[in-house]
Each structure stands twice: as structure tokens, then as C-alpha cells.
Design a protein around this ligand. Structure first.
Ligand SMILES: *Cc1c(COP(=O)(O)O)cnc(C)c1O
Length: 413
């Protein structure tokens, strides 16, 4: 099946000329906007007369033209009716789940999610809100369905799990969600363009734009992509999680990110191309490498059916070094001797970023939950960059691997 490639619609959405005819949109720095006809204030306030109904913008926390424009680009990327940008990925996730759930409600979530999301579901929501979450293996569809209760409001999953790289079967999960009248929320941070969760049946798509979408590790940012009704609810003056909790994106950040959206397709293609080559060569050396583009990877067929083939299998691989000590020895050499990349959390940067997930971005998880999610202590997550040449990077990687005593079984390719 040929999947949607939104590149053209994204390009057209960007046609918002600057106020002097510039090719880039202008940054609207105002936090408040002039109401030309005072008698329209009540309609503007209750959301009946926005800028597209002949009214005007109201207040920057509600929405700002520059942030609104970036939202339109995100809606184009994800193929949703609307989208709104937030100050962080966590803001997008927490606002979405709080909007969907009331006190005492229930969420069924993948047990392999970003550490911050795990902490929200496992540690923060229960005492603060009484919203409880059952963590399940999202690839076990029977278990997912069996865990749904009459208080469940949402199924939550990452399209590609951080850091296990397991793939959520979004079409099947969406059928389960429909059957029970609940929402499917998908975090698509690892796979913008590669996977189109909304096309595959997700109701709400969230992003940490801090990662691939920004691509330069210089902004913390997030987005919620959904139908217009849900975005309106988030901005409700009384009960909207964006309006009342206030995790608003700064217009300057929105502008900067809007300049990276046009080359997101090129970047995702190159991240994917290089990661595929490195994964194949590591596998040929009998290393414990996990990458969705490898034919024997457990979800390879599913990913191949669901993804937009133009962008490959993504820019992240993991390498299991067995123990944390061996993992740390390799990371030390890769960064400090061979300059292959940086030891840092986060991902989607133009240079390679590497970290040991169990002790960093998944450290919020209990030991049992790490075992259940198959996050072993020696698991190194690599977000493969595209600086330097591929062969130069491969040379650096293999030299470091031989220095830590990994004698390649079949020789270095
Ligand atoms: C980083 C990350 C988040 C959190 O995003 P922030 O922008 O840091 O708040 C959420 N989900 C995934 C999959 C992530 O990698």
C-alpha cells in the first residue's frame, strides 16, 4: 500500500508571506491584539469570532498568529484538521491526556514509552488527579483490549517506542479504540513523515518537536494534531488545558521551527539512509543491533506495511552492549577519542547523539517495568546524524568497537 507523503501539502501550507512580502512569514511578537470594534469583544472572547471569522486574535496564550501558522504546518504534516503547538513535547502529552480524562478515569498505555511520559502516567497523575494507567505490551493486542475498563478514555502509545523501537499496530489499535468508543493517542516523535498515525486511524497525534522536527537541538517544543473540535476544547476559556495551564509556545520559537519544516523530508531521508547502512553492517558483524529496517527485526513487516517508503525506517538504532560498563566504555571512546558523536540524551540532531537508555531517558522506570519493556542496562540508543561522510563515521565506529574488544566475528565489512 502506498502511504501518504505530505511533502506537497506541507510546502503549500507555508505560503504565508511576511508583512513586507518576505519569503518567510513574519514573527508576530504581540501578546495582545487590537479589537477594532469594541462591540465584537464578547464574540471574540467566547471564540465565535476568531481571525478567520472577521474578528481578531485575542491574547497570545490563547493563540498567536505565528504559532497558529506553525500549527497549520503541523496539521499538514500529520494530515489532521487542526494542530496547535506547545512549549514542549511533555506539555502536548499532558494537556492531551488531561483534556481527555476526568478524575477517576483510566488510560491504557504502552509499557515502553518515554521516561517523562511514564512518570506522568505512573507517578504524577494518580495522586494528583486519580487518573490511573495500565501499562501493557502494546504489541499484544489481546492484552490491550482486555485491559480496557468502562472508565478507560484513551489508548496511548508511541508509534515507534523509545527506546525499544517496537512498532505500534496503529490500524488494529484504532479498531479496538473505536469498538470501545475511546480515543487513540499516538506520540509520533520518532517517525515524522515515516508514519502517518492519523491516516492509519489515530485520533490525536502528539509530537516532541524538540527532536527531528527542530533538528538542531536548540528548542524545546511540542505539538498536538487532532480534529478542530479537540483543539478548540484545549483552548476553552474555562476548561482548556492549553488555555488554563498555559504551556504556550513562544512565537520566536514557532518562527524558527517553521524554517526547518521545509527540509524535514531531506533530513529524515538522510537519517534513515545512514542508519540503515550502519545497522546492516553492525548486524553483519554479529552485533546485537535493533533497527526496524533490518529484515529479521520483529516488526519489520508491520513497519514496511505502515510506513511511507520514501523515508525509510528512521534515524534511531539501538545496540545492546550486554552491560552498562561495556556500554559506557564504548560511549567514552566514540565521543572522546573517535568523535563519532556526542553522549547526550535527546535525538533527531544533525550530529549523532548516544545514550544508555536505562540510566538516562528511561531512568524514571522501576526495575521491573524496565525488564517488562525489554530495556536492558547495556542498551545504547543512537540517533544517527548526517554530518561528515558516512564512510568516515563508519571508520570511527568500527575503530571504537575494536578498541573495546569486540572482535567482529565476520570481520569488519
Ligand atoms: C523527548 C520525548 C518526549 C518529551 O518531549 P519534550 O519536548 O522534551 O518535552 C516525548 N516523547 C518522546 C518519544 C520523546 O522522545
Amino acid at each position: 500500500m502506498k502511504h501518504r507523503n505530505p511533502i506537497e501539502v506541507m510546502a503549500n501550507t507555508r505560503h504565508e508571506f511576511g508583512e513586507h512580502g518576505g519569503v518567510n512569514m513574519s514573527v508576530e511578537a504581540s501578546t495582545t491584539f487590537t479589537v477594532m470594534h469594541p462591540d465584537t469583544m464578547p464574540e471574540i472572547f467566547c471564540g465565535e469570532k476568531g481571525p478567520e471569522q472577521g474578528g481578531c486574535y485575542l491574547y497570545g496564550r490563547h493563540f498567536n498568529p505565528t504559532v497558529y501558522n506553525l500549527g497549520k504546518q503541523l496539521a499538514a504534516l500529520e494530515g489532521t484538521e487542526a494542530a496547535y503547538c506547545t512549549a514542549s513535547g511533555m506539555a502536548a502529552i499532558s494537556a492531551t491526556l488531561l483534556q481527555l480524562c476526568d478524575a477517576g478515569d483510566h488510560i491504557v498505555s504502552s509499557n515502553a514509552v518515554y521516561g517523562g511520559t511514564y512518570a506522568l502516567l505512573h507517578d504524577l497523575l494518580p495522586p494528583k488527579t486519580g487518573i490511573r494507567t495500565a501499562l501493557v505490551d502494546i504489541t499484544d493486542l489481546k492484552a490491550v483490549e482486555a485491559t480496557i475498563t468502562d472508565r478507560t478514555r484513551a489508548i496511548y502509545t508511541e508509534s515507534v517506542a523509545n527506546p525499544t523501537l517496537r512498532i505500534a499496530n496503529i490500524p488494529a489499535l484504532s479498531r479496538i479504540a473505536r469498538r470501545h468508543g475511546i480515543k487513540l493517542v499516538v506520540d509520533n516523535t520518532f517517525s515524522p513523515l515515516l508514519l502517518n498515525p492519523h491516516e492509519l486511524g489515530a485520533d490525536i497525534v502528539v509530537h516532541s518537536m524538540t527532536k527531528f522536527i527542530s533538528g538542531a537541538s536548540d528548542h524545546i517544543a511540542g505539538a498536538i494534531c487532532a480534529d478542530g473540535g479537540f483543539i478548540q476544547q484545549l483552548m476553552d476559556l474555562h476548561t482548556g488545558m492549553l488555555m488554563i495551564l498555559g504551556p504556550t509556545m513562544d512565537p520566536q520559537v514557532a518562527f524558527n521551527i517553521s524554517l526547518r519544516i521545509p527540509h524535514l523530508p531531506l533530513r529524515m531521508t538522510e537519517h534513515g539512509r545512514r542508519t540503515q547502512v550502519i545497522a546492516e553492517r553492525l548486524q553483519a558483524m554479529d552485533m546485537a543491533v535493533t533497527y526496524p529496517g533490518l529484515p529479521d527485526y520483529p516488526d519489520h513487516r508491520l513497519f514496511s506495511e505502515l510506513h511511507c517508503a520514501d523515508y525509510g525506517y528512521g534515524g534511531i538504532l539501538t545496540l545492546d552492549m550486554g552491560t552498562e560498563d561495556r556500554a559506557n566504555a564504548l560511549l567514552d571512546l566514540l565521543q572522546n577519542t573517535y568523535h563519532f558523536g556526542y553522549v547526550a540524551v535527546s535525538l533527531g540532531y544533525f550530529d549523532t547523539l548516544m545514550s544508555c537508555s536505562g540510566s538516562s531517558t528511561s531512568s524514571e522506570m522501576t526495575d521491573e517495568d524496565k525488564v517488562a519493556a525489554h530495556i536492558s542496562p547495556g542498551l545504547v540508543r543512537m540517533s544517527i546524524g548526517y554530518t561528515g561522510t558516512l564512510e568516515q563515521r563508519w571508520q570511527q565506529l568500527t575503530e571504537a568497537l575494536s578498541r573495546v574488544g569486540i572482535v567482529p566475528a565476520k570481520g569488519i565489512p
